[in-house]
Design a protein around this ligand. Sequence first.
Ligand SMILES: Cc1cc2nc3c(=O)[nH]c(=O)nc-3n(C[C@H](O)[C@H](O)[C@H](O)COP(=O)(O)OP(=O)(O)OC[C@H]3O[C@@H](n4cnc5c(N)ncnc54)[C@H](O)[C@@H]3O)c2cc1C
Ligand code: HEM
Length: 411
Amino acid sequence: MGRMISSIAKHKQAEKVLATRRRRTLGASGTRLSYPTLKGMGDLARLLKESWSLVEENRDKVAGYFYARIFLAHPNVRDLFPVHMDVQRARLLGAIVTAVQTLEDPERFDQYLRGLGRDHRKFHVEPGHYEVVGGALIEALRHFAGDQWAIEYEQAWADAYAVIAAKMLAGAEADTNPPYWHAEVVAHERRSSDIAVFTVLPLQPLEFRAGQYLSMECPRYQPRLWRTYSPANAPRRDNTLEFHARAVGAGWVSSALVRRLKVGDMVRLAAPMGTMTLDRRSTRDTVFVAGGTGLAPIKSLLEELTRYNRTRWVHVFFGARNRDDLYDLAELNRLAARYPWLSVVTACSDDPTFGGEQGNICDVVARFGPWNEHDFFVSGSGPMVKATLKTLAELQVPPIRIKYDSFSEMS
Ligand SMILES: Cc1cc2nc3c(=O)[nH]c(=O)nc-3n(C[C@H](O)[C@H](O)[C@H](O)COP(=O)(O)OP(=O)(O)OC[C@H]3O[C@@H](n4cnc5c(N)ncnc54)[C@H](O)[C@@H]3O)c2cc1C
Ligand code: HEM
């Protein structure tokens, strides 16, 4: 491990070192100035960026070396990672490098890092692993930087990594929830060639808020691969959770959930996350825009509204490529028939004989309105969410009134 930090105590010590550097960004009383500046952390940020630039163009090789160091020295750590590491190859390393380099605003990342540490319990990560990973990180950087590596670089990475690890460990230690919940599949229905709706029953109660998502592992078919899915129901007395999954391309987990999962199988669920929740104090009318299985969290929010709403008009815009992908329309129509405040508009972008609206759902939303006094909730694929946000900006809907979850990259 070379000069890598050797214990959690040293992580804490390093946090103090950084805290000292950080103090320069604080007022005399320790009160935060209005904007954190890079001044205090300038040296560290510069050293990290400078040293990363020495190896950046070899980032794939750095990742390969990094994992090889970990797995050769600690073969049992391999069992924490998925069988196929091709897609994820640089994921952990990339995440660490990003985290280390954004440390210049540690307060902002405090919550994130604590959450990440809590979440790492689902990967069976234990405190001792942090030192192993940190050591491999520095070995890999040193190896690829060659002669240009300097002791200052090494210290900068060690300090920064130690602070991050300490925050993640603190988050993990403080969590009173189990690392994950075991849940049994109690219903599974294929709604189209690519879409399934299934229900699971956690063995212990799992609290969540309508509109949140949680990550799921399907150990029988795709062990150690976790992906996020959004419950499609508001919390229920019987604790069951309904999910809507769409099999994407060569997707590992989604195709198992749609094509292989069956009643009696067990899945694992990690702690709920996300802030696409209802503000009960808002009296605004509301628009939900869903693309494909992006309907799941929208239905969860709708179900919550059915429990208390009497005064807000609610409009659901549900879009898909073709009518088969409007897999839950019957249920939406049933809700609309029952609740006079609810209206549903459906659209297909690639099904010319479909009787509802034609076109991308964002364009359909724009044909209705005006919307500038409404709360908006948007959920679906990255491109769908991106296009909808653009349309809403053009319609002058203030961003503060828009909440969204994107299922994939928005780029
Ligand atoms: C907050 C959040 C909530 C989500 N909720 C749901 C949900 O309720 N229902 C649901 O079906 N999915 C949901 N997703 C998407 C889900 O987490 C997975 O990304 C998706 O199921 C693909 O996983 P996979 O293992 O099958 O694919 P991977 O093996 O991870 O990816 C395989 C290939 O497919 C591409 N890909 C990944 N996701 C998509 C996508 N959405 N569209 C097109 N291409 C993609 C990847 O770039 C890759 O090339 C959610 C995602 C997020 C971030
Ligand atoms: C500074 C410390 C670390 C940071 C910033 C970090 C960050 C991350 C992030 C952001 C992810 C992706 C999370 C997700 O997709 O849900 C991840 C995944 C993972 N991390 Fe860490 N991590 C750190 C330390 C560790 C350690 C010490 C281990 C133990 C070996 C570990 C094991 C894993 C595993 C097994 C995954 C899943 C990998 C995969 O799906 O390919 N991480 N990490």
